[in-house]
Design a protein around this ligand. Structure first.
Ligand code: GCB
Length: 598
């Protein structure tokens, strides 16, 4: 699914802004459908409040019932389409809505989507009124079930001596708040009736002769008799290669490669533009940013453009005050500034695919991405066929969205699944095999919190990713055991597998401003001690088989209420407001000293 980009043939209209909003708090959460709230304006069937789009709805109001709501929430707004769009194809696109969404245009269902972190769209010409106001209604449901990704369960408490009628709890299998709502942009965009539907680009580099190959495939929907022109354009505007077929390979001599920004090269995150023009009865033009680079994995190295890459990085969340998981450009800019201040050259999109606007920055600024699916906390009971099929569908939607991004250098299909059970084996064999089949150009993995002795699924990955909390969830208060335990664990994995290893999580909970000498868990001193013990252990393996370290977490983030969490998870090296804790300086010194060395 191509990202909406304006061009001489395509126009974009934003439907972001204040929408009308109401939760359906009826006992079975079904009143909205029974009373057909979509068949007229939402304000005519009950009270509405203004709600920001994009944003999570949870933290915007003062109402606990909205913050903690589980079920269908309803949105609507009015919009107009200009009569110049009349002869165009008009598409309504949502960057994401969490979790299920049903979209109606002028009271008629236009599209529904299952899954909270990926875009969906529909051609809506047939539903639009050109000579007057239109309205779009969206019903969004955040209920997680055993077959959703992430999975969850609802348990009803029926003992009325203890709980009121209808009391239930949503059990999350993940450690982050289940923010809900319309999280990313809502847009209308136009294309001609015959249009460029998809572009797939892979690149290879012939290092000996210094030639880049841009392999592409273009899908056109509609009249197939038009003429295609494909151009690779460099940053100065010069066309460096051209083609005319729908599938082919273009040769770029002396290419400027896409490199992570920490490598000592001029113009590291170099992007070319692949301009595709389709001329027929009408003209369609789409400009896709592309980077020429290759990723390879050996038994002990992660190579970008044939050079060993060491990931000195962090794990993140889409999370901030007020807007929850809602897209916010100021936050994206601040996060990238802080990533660069820290010297981070890589992050994992824990635990779901992030907004396309975030990945744009990674492409443009040269930050490597490990692109993770929403498969977080999958337990044995979730390994059935329905879950598997949904997981495969999510991997294909993710691939289709992110396949052309040079920053995306590895797929992570899951975080901490129950990979030590027998039925995990066919499940992950299938999910990983399918992802590799979709994309043979990138390594595939998942993050494993099991041990080398009981995990059954690491056999399928290209890079072993392990989450380890020595000195935190085990031996709390004893950072002195960390180096020994890291070394022992690494050696055990290496005895079995000849694959590179990346530590995809390690860290310690830290309340900003809390101090103790000697240190104690949750103080700033303790976070520094834990991280530096891990660092010293890692230093013994860098350049051998260790290919990266990701700190849990870049910033503090919100979770469900839980006796182990103090208004959220506090393992950030930054606060939720992105201000540094003392450990941030330690990380900044370490990561900045690692520039060019990878
Ligand atoms: C993990 C999970 C992550 C949690 C983290 C923690 O292993 O992957 O989602 O937030 O531990 O802090 O417990």
């Amino acid at each position: 699914m191509l990202y909406p980009r304006g061009s001489e043939s395509r126009q974009i209209q934003s439907l972001d802004g204040m929408w009308n909003f109401r939760i359906d708090a009826s006992p079975n959460r079904n009143l909205g459908f029974e009373q057909k709230w979509y068949s007229g304006r939402l304000s005519t069937t009950g009270p509405v409040i203004p709600m920001a789009v994009p944003s999570s709805y949870n933290d915007v109001t003062e109402d606990k019932n909205i913050r903690d709501f589980v079920g269908w929430a309803w949105y609507d707004r009015e919009f107009f389409v200009s009569n110049v769009s009349q002869n165009r194809r008009i598409v309504l696109r949502f960057g994401s809505a969490h979790y299920y969404a049903i979209v109606y245009v002028n009271g008629i269902e236009a599209v529904r989507h299952d899954g909270g972190h990926l875009p969906f769209e529909a051609d809506v010409n047939a539903l639009l009124i050109v000579n007057g106001p239109n309205y779009v209604t969206v019903a969004v449901n955040n209920t997680l079930s055993p077959t959703t990704l992430p999975p969850g369960t609802i348990s009803y408490k029926t003992d009325t001596s203890k709980y009121p009628e209808g009391y239930f709890v949503q059990n999350l299998q993940m450690d982050f708040f289940n923010y809900a709502g319309i999280h990313r942009h809502v847009r209308l965009y136009t294309t001609p009736k015959t249009y460029i539907d998809d572009i797939t680009v892979t690149t290879t580099v012939d290092f000996a002769s210094n030639i880049g190959h841009v392999n592409y495939a273009i899908e056109v929907v509609g009249d197939q008799s038009g003429t295609l022109k494909i151009e690779v354009i460099d940053k100065s505007g010069a066309t460096v290669a051209t083609g005319t077929t729908s599938k082919g390979s273009l040769q770029v001599n002396n290419p400027q490669l896409w490199w992570p920004y920490t490598m000592n090269v001029n113009n590291p995150a170099y992007l070319y533009t692949l301009k595709v023009s389709l001329t027929g009865t009408d003209l369609d033009v789409y400009r896709l940013p592309i980077g020429i680079r290759v990723v390879n994995v050996t038994s002990d190295q992660f190579l970008i453009n044939n050079k060993p890459f060491y990931c000195h990085g962090v794990d993140k969340h889409e999370d901030s005050d007020i807007r929850g998981k809602g897209l916010d450009y100021a936050l994206i800019a601040k996060d990238f500034n802080m990533l660069k201040w820290l010297g981070v050259n890589c992050f994992r999109t824990s635990h779901y695919p992030y907004a396309e606007e975030i990945l744009d920055q990674a492409d443009q600024q040269g930050v490597v991405i490990i692109d993770e699916s929403p498969g977080v906390g999958i337990r044995s009971r979730n390994f059935g066929n329905e879950s598997l099929n949904h997981h495969l569908e999510v991997m294909s939607e993710m691939y289709r969205r992110d396949k052309n991004r040079p920053a995306v250098c590895m797929w992570s299909v899951a975080n901490e699944p129950e990979s030590d059970t027998a039925n995990a084996v066919p499940y992950f064999k299938s999910v990983i095999g399918y992802t590799k089949q979709l994309d043979p150009t990138r390594p595939v993995s998942f993050t494993c919190n099991k041990d080398y002795s009981n995990d059954k699924c690491v056999q399928f990955v290209d890079v072993i990713m392990i989450n380890r909390y020595y000195g935190w969830y085990s031996d709390t208060g004893h950072p002195e055991v960390i180096q020994r335990q890291v070394n022992t664990n690494f050696m055990e994995w290496r005895k079995i597998y000849n694959k590179p290893l990346l530590v995809s999580e390690f860290g310690a909970g830290t309340v900003a401003g809390l101090h103790r000498q000697p240190s104690m868990a949750f103080t700033e001193e303790y976070q520094i001690e834990v991280l530096s013990q891990f660092h010293q252990a890692f230093d013994q393996h860098i350049g051998k088989f260790l290919v990266g370290e990701l700190i849990w977490n870049f910033a503090d983030f919100m979770t469900a209420q839980n006796p182990k969490r103090v208004v959220g998870n506090k393992k950030g090296i930054l606060t939720r407001q992105r201000q540094p804790k003392a450990a941030a300086q330690l990380v900044r010194n370490r990561y900045n000293s690692m520039f060019n060395s990878s």
